[in-house]
Design a protein around this ligand. Structure first.
Ligand SMILES: *Cc1c(COP(=O)(O)O)cnc(C)c1O
Length: 433
């Protein structure tokens, strides 16, 4: 297999989608091809085109498409008539997953969490987290942050900042206060200090919170990365005010920022953590809410879901944990490759007086407007690179390459990005004219 993208330039017949699929579809508009096969970092379309994937299912495919170790584990399991669906019954697959979670993730990090299997999407894990926080504290209000993204169901959507997403609710989104994230007012304003001041003031109008819900790097909100100091202070504030600290690690976790959890080594431990996206490792739906054992005050069945505990996902997640996370090499490799990515993006940005954002293998360039960003991602796509945008105005071009990408292939993709940024921002050539 050659290490170059070879896109096709023929759009497929889309009549069936226009006739039968809801207008709500979105990624297929910017990426108008019909895909039929994918392996590692490459996707193939029905016209023989080959594309390099710098979107990775929004960080759902951290180990690439159809990783051979994960695929084989699943094939073996299916061939042996392993349980596919079992509600929340005990299964070999579930026991193996919980054991791997304990052996590979929790014990080596000195973490003591109970695992709650929610419905299989990220928003389910967030719903369970905030429901539990409200139940434990007897309080209603949740503090979330500007530009936070937590999902589309009503509870999680109430915690999401984006007006376009919120407008779909059709009912008031309540019981959430959106406080300024780290850096929201620029580098000179410590927004954690502002939060502390508001919570300490009995007349600020801010009710005592059940939880503080935070992403360490805002995936959809523009790749803003909170500093460890800010996060530590927020953790301290939560504790001081009897609120539970929830880290939504659905996008930044599973290695995207280096460690398995995005908060590792920062000197605080969340009360609750949500995981989904890359947790199954192969793109199978799977979500998890982790919390301190003392918080486990649910009644049996009080929060459930038909598809909680997707046994195929247990199998691939177990294979992913054991294959990638048993030693320290993978995290070290992500950190090293993340620095490589940082250097390249800094150079591209510097050429045009732009700024970069993010942490680890979760980085992007702020190109100033959604129009310029979409010109850049469009030009990338023409050259066979699938890449998307993020941020309040979709102004951040976001690199979410699979974590397992070869350095040379990563470099080749960034060459395409560099050319596309140059084309869009050189007045004679692009939209800036
Ligand atoms: C994607 C995402 C969610 C929602 O997950 P779904 O599977 O789309 O419901 C929640 N929080 C964060 C940080 C995410 O990136």
């Amino acid at each position: 297999m050659t290490a170059t993208a070879e896109p096709s330039h023929t759009a497929p017949d889309t009549q069936i989608y226009e006739r039968r699929e809801s207008i709500v579809r979105s990624y297929s508009r910017a990426i108008p091809r019909q895909f039929n096969r994918a392996r590692g970092v490459w996707m193939h379309d029905s016209n023989g085109g080959k594309y390099l994937d710098f979107l990775s299912g929004c960080s759902t495919l951290n180990y690439g498409h159809n990783h051979p170790v994960l695929k084989q584990a699943l094939l073996d399991y299916i061939a042996g008539d392993g349980i596919t669906h079992g509600l929340d019954l005990h299964t070999d697959a579930k026991a193996d997953f919980l054991t791997a979670l304990e052996d590979v993730v929790l014990r080596p990090r000195g973490l003591d969490y109970r695992a709650m299997f929610t419905g299989p999407t990220g928003t389910n894990a967030v719903e369970a987290a905030i429901k539990l926080a409200r139940k434990v504290t007897g309080r209603e209000m949740v503090i979330a942050f500007t530009n936070g993204f937590h999902g589309m169901t009503l509870g999680a959507l109430a915690c999401t900042g984006n007006a376009g997403k919120r407008s779909g609710a059709g009912v008031p989104l309540s019981h959430v206060a959106h406080e300024p994230y780290d850096g929201y007012y620029g580098p000179d304003v410590d927004t954690a200090a502002l939060l502390e001041q508001r919570l300490a003031d009995p007349s600020s109008g801010l009710d005592a919170p059940a939880a503080i819900l935070v992403e360490t790097v805002q995936g959809e909100g523009g790749l803003n990365a909170a500093s460890p100091e800010w996060l530590r202070r927020v953790a301290k504030i939560a504790k001081a005010h009897g609120a539970l600290l929830i880290v939504d690690d659905i996008q930044a976790g599973c290695g995207r920022t280096g460690g398995f959890f995005s908060f590792e080594g920062m000197g605080f431990t969340p009360d609750i953590v949500t995981l989904a996206k890359s947790l199954s490792g192969m793109g199978l739906p799977f979500a998890l809410t982790l919390f301190r054992p003392e918080l486990d005050i649910w009644s049996p069945g009080e929060h459930n879901g038909t598809f909680r505990g997707n046994n195929h996902a247990f199998v691939t997640a177990t294979a992913a944990l054991r294959h990638f996370w048993s030693g320290r090499e993978f995290a070290a490799d992500i950190t090293r490759r993340g620095r490589l990515l940082e250097r390249r993006l800094d150079r591209i940005a510097a050429e045009h007086g732009l700024a970069t954002r993010g942490r680890g293998m979760m980085r992007g360039i702020n190109v100033g407007s959604g129009e310029i960003a979409s010109a850049i991602t469009g030009a990338c796509f023409e050259q066979g690179l699938i890449i998307e945008t993020s941020g309040p105005h979709d102004e951040i071009v976001k690199v979410l390459a699979p974590l397992v990408i070869d350095d040379a292939v990563l470099g080749a993709g960034l060459d395409i990005l560099e050319r596309s940024v140059r084309a869009a921002l050189t007045p004679a050539l692009g939209v800036a004219a």
